[in-house]
Design a protein around this ligand. Structure first.
Ligand code: ATP
Ligand code: MG
Length: 335
């Protein structure tokens, strides 16, 4: 089986973008692949953070992974910080990564602009840690939303550079080349208050997103108030109408109805109609997830056991790769 690795940062509650762009697809394919799904808590400290919120969000994210349908029998689910090799390999890769490669990253530039005075070395280094996450598991495929494309390309470049510098000295290939697995239909969910920016956990406005834990009345209110336009009818892919495209796309992602059918059904409708059916579809989709989530959080013993097992399996794979990397770079092994 091909191996898959992906993750979400515990920087807040998961939203529809994380679900449609990433988790839904992980769940759909989990029987096909050998899966590692991590909660990337080391990434979550690249911007100033509150320790209590990090602890909470890490457990919430883990519970939501399970509630959304990830099965610990087929997927290793773990916290990144429980596998020390992530930090260790990052250092090795740092020393093989030109700093200019990182300064070019769009997400770095955006987040750095917002962070102002508080830009840490970690924020710049974020993509190298992400490269380590992927390379440690010899992942074949990395399913992500398309906002992560550039980082994945970088991970491949770092691997290429490492290979040129060190692989040729040993007989073994240290890292496998990872491919991006892009969600076809809903690669990018946009914000409800602005169809040109992506839905994000870190957006200041809670009204910009539907969180997976939003109760029905909150979902209804957010959809009711979301940005629209005054053109007649509804359509996909009109660049003048990003909000219209976004609502239809979310509807498509949540219901699984083919795009052509939705386009035909709503061609002569107004926003009132799509808002109503979308709200219903969202409530129907999210209610069972929220129920399971509530049960998992009530007594966290099971959740912690899942994370313990996941970390154990992850550690055994990751430490193996780390040892190969260390040895090919010239570190002494005593055995
Ligand atoms: P933050 O604002 O803290 O960066 P985020 O909402 O961007 O949070 P991440 O943890 O960075 O979420 O990303 C987790 C996964 O969700 C990634 O695979 C990413 O591609 C995907 N993702 C995030 N936002 C969206 C979106 N709006 N549409 C589709 N996929 C998304
Ligand atoms: Mg992000």
């Amino acid at each position: 089986k091909l191996r898959v690795l992906s993750g979400v940062q515990p920087t807040g509650t998961l939203h529809l973008g994380n679900y449609l762009g990433a988790i839904q697809q992980w769940v759909k394919n989990q029987d096909k692949f050998d899966n590692f799904f991590t909660i990337v808590d080391l990434h979550a400290i690249t911007l100033p953070h509150d320790p209590k919120a990090l602890r909470q969000s890490s457990m919430t994210t883990a519970a939501l992974y399970l509630a959304c349908g990830l099965d610990p029998k087929t997927s290793s689910i773990f916290l990144q910080s429980h596998v020390p090799a992530h930090a260790e390999l990052t250092w090795l890769l740092n020393c093989a990564t030109p700093i200019g490669w990182l300064e070019r990253m769009v997400q770095y530039k955006e987040k750095a602009r917002k962070a102002g005075e508080n830009v840490s070395v970690g924020l710049l280094d974020y993509p190298v840690l992400m490269a380590a996450d992927i390379l440690l598991y010899q992942a074949d495929l990395v399913p992500v939303g398309d906002d992560q494309n550039q980082h994945l390309e970088l991970a491949r470049n770092i691997r290429g550079r490492f290979k040129n510098l060190y692989d040729k000295r040993g007989k073994r290939r240290v890292f496998k080349e990872p491919k991006t697995l892009l969600q076809k239909d809903v690669a990018r969910v946009m914000a409800l208050d602005d169809g040109t920016k992506k839905m994000s956990k870190s957006d200041e406005s809670d009204n910009s997103r539907i969180n997976l834990l939003d109760p029905p009345d909150v979902i209804a209110r957010k959809i009711k108030r979301c940005k629209t336009d005054s053109i007649a009818g509804l359509q996909f892919d009109n660049p003048e109408r990003p909000e219209c495209n976004n609502l239809l796309t979310i509807y498509q992602g949540v219901t699984g109805i083919p795009k052509e059918d939705i386009a035909a059904e709503f061609a002569d409708s107004n926003f009132g109609t799509i808002k109503k059916v979308l709200t219903e579809a969202l409530v129907e989709k999210l209610t069972p997830i929220q129920t399971t989530y509530g049960e998992l959080m009530e007594d966290q013993t099971y959740l912690k056991q899942v994370l313990r097992n996941g970390a154990e399996r992850a550690n055994s794979v990751a430490s193996d790769t780390l040892a190969k990397a260390q040895s090919s770079m010239g570190f002494v092994t005593l055995d």
